[in-house]
Write a protein that binds this ligand. Structure first.
Ligand code: FES
Length: 154
């Protein structure tokens, strides 16, 4: 077991039902849950790897591949949907050349969707890293990505 992973897992020793908090802690540290980490967590808990992958698939918060330098999150919630959110997502996918839950080969962008970004009054909405963009249009998507693509955002 890597030292880093061992340190993350140590506080959970002997604690039953700690799979979700462990997965959250490892993802918080590593940014995602690589296969090696799943193997180590399975050994640590005495749980089959298949069970862990079942949890990873069920909860959208977990990722099994690394995140790009810029994380783009498009809202799929009802308020955004009725304001044309599907068109926004399609335009983002077209501009970035990736689909939801994918990362571009150059690791520049990852794209994900959420059920609500909590700012429905601004629908349709999306977030690039920590910056919220509201009342989105396909034109605004084009402007955002011609400005940010290749530059990276903090
Ligand atoms: S539904 Fe999109 S921000 Fe709430």
């Amino acid at each position: 077991m890597t030292q880093e992973l061992a340190e993350i897992l140590a506080p959970y020793k002997g604690r039953r039902g700690s799979l979700i908090p462990i997965l959250q802690a490892v993802q918080a540290k590593l940014g995602y849950l690589p296969e090696e980490a799943v193997v180590q967590i399975a050994r640590f808990l005495g749980t089959p790897e298949s069970e862990i992958y079942g949890v990873l698939t069920f909860y959208a918060q977990f990722r099994t591949s690394p995140v790009g330098r810029n994380l783009v999150t498009v809202c799929r919630g009802t308020a955004c949907h009725v304001q044309g959110g599907a068109r926004i997502l399609a335009e983002v996918e077209r501009r970035l050349g990736i689909k939801e839950a994918e990362t571009s080969p150059d690791m520049e962008y990852s794209l994900e969707t959420v059920a609500c970004l909590g700012c429905c009054a601004l629908a349709p909405t999306m977030v690039i890293n920590t910056e919220v963009h509201g009342q989105m249009t396909t034109k605004k998507v084009a402007e955002l990505f011609s400005k940010t693509k290749g530059e990276g955002q903090g």
